[in-house]
Ligand binder design. Structure first.
Ligand code: 5AD
Ligand code: FES
Length: 358
């Protein structure tokens, strides 16, 4: 038995071991990726769950240095989908047995916003007879707001830590109160306290990011004992301050491979969590999400944002499916998911087994 085979049998790794695994190439890398898929199938099976993604507003009060819809980007046409548009997208998800939706927006922490989301949650639960699962991804909010949304029907929340090393965090965010690393951590704890299945994740291939940073990210996710993870490659956006450091980042295909390695290693470390095949993978490789499903991911988020708004929700360049409508997206997805050796869990919530076990 060689040392790699021995390491891959374990579920706990040191920082150095994780860094080693993340840098595997060639045959050894294939061994890692195959092991991750095997562990996934063993612990949670080969079902893939849909989360219909509704990006309902690109209005944002923050200025993350990497994000295309940051407040200071004056070139973005701001939109706020109507309640009717949002509910129609959710109805499409329900009728097509997607099982769940993700409501995502820029970060707005006003009472009016909290109230609006609460109203939407109640309506979605009502028309779907409680059948549609709801994940929220609306940034940092107060504990009260998180509780209010939980009571109104949301039961999962995604809030990426983006980078778990505070030094790196402040290289990709303005160093001010509005973008506090401490506050981000606190929000993750609030979410857990409020009762949500907790999802977080990071960007992979950022300027200034080292392999050890990424290994540290995986240890962070494990230590936080998350239920869900969404992580994908960083993709530069011309209208953001981080674009000036593009000479420091790895070529796109390397960021892509690294992202797949991250998914595979996380699957080994946390065999029963939900891991999303991030849309950003598809911005680099048209089959990127399916490739992630073949190495440990089990969640896919077909875009259900009303077509008229899609081009205005560009967090990064080359965002895919900008002009396809939801139905077409669904057909092309089905065939490709089966090619990845997975089956679709139609009409199921597909909650994190990790959360159920707690
Ligand atoms: N490249 C890749 N991912 C990005 N996100 C934001 N901007 C970018 C970018 N330029 C991710 C962040 C955020 C999620 C909604 O999108 O991780 O949490
Ligand atoms: Fe909107 Fe980061 S720019 S939350």
């Amino acid at each position: 038995m060689n040392s790699l085979t021995e390491i891959l049998e374990r579920r706990d790794f040191s920082l150095d071991e994780i860094s080693f695994l993340l840098q595997l190439a060639g045959k050894e890398r294939t061994q890692l990726l195959q092991k991750a898929q095997q562990v996934k199938n063993e612990f949670i099976g080969n079902k893939v769950y849909f989360r219909g993604l509704v990006e309902f507003s690109n209005i944002c009060s923050k200025d993350c240095l990497y994000c295309g819809i940051r407040k200071s980007n004056q070139k973005v046409i701001r939109y706020n989908a109507t309640d009717n548009e949002i509910l129609e997208a959710c109805r499409f998800a329900w009728k097509n047995l997607f099982g769940s939706v993700v409501l995502q927006s820029g970060e707005i922490a006003t009472n009016a916003f909290a109230k609006r989301v609460e109203g939407l949650l109640r309506k979605i639960k009502q028309f779907s007879n409680n059948e549609l699962g709801i994940t929220l991804s609306c940034g940092e909010q107060t504990l009260e707001t998180y509780q209010r949304w939980f009571e109104s029907g949301a039961h999962r929340y995604l809030l990426r830590i983006e980078a778990s090393n505070p030094e790196l965090y402040y290289k990709i965010h303005p160093n001010n109160k509005k973008h506090s690393f401490e506050k981000r951590l606190e929000s993750l704890h609030f979410l857990r306290k409020a009762g949500y299945q907790l999802g977080t994740g990071v960007m992979i291939g950022l300027p200034f990011q080292t392999i050890d940073d990424l290994a540290g990210d995986l240890l962070f996710l494990k230590q936080l004992d998350i239920d869900m993870c969404g992580m994908g490659p960083y993709i530069e956006h011309e209208q953001t301050p981080l674009f000036q450091y593009r000479h420091l980042i790895k070529p796109r295909h390397e960021r892509f491979y690294l992202a797949l390695n991250m998914i595979a290693v996380l699957r080994l470390m946390m065999p029963d969590i939900n891991i999303a095949a991030a849309t950003a993978l598809q911005a680099i490789d048209p089959a990127g999400r399916e490739k992630a499903l073949a190495v440990g991911a089990n969640i896919i988020m077909p875009n259900l944002t009303p077509c008229s708004h899609r081009k205005d929700y560009q967090l990064y360049e080359d965002k895919p499916c900008l002009d396809e409508d939801a139905a077409i997206c669904r057909n092309c997805l089905e065939a490709r998911i089966e090619l990845a050796g997975c089956v679709i869990g139609y009409g199921e919530w597909g909650d994190s087994k990790h959360f159920q076990r707690d």
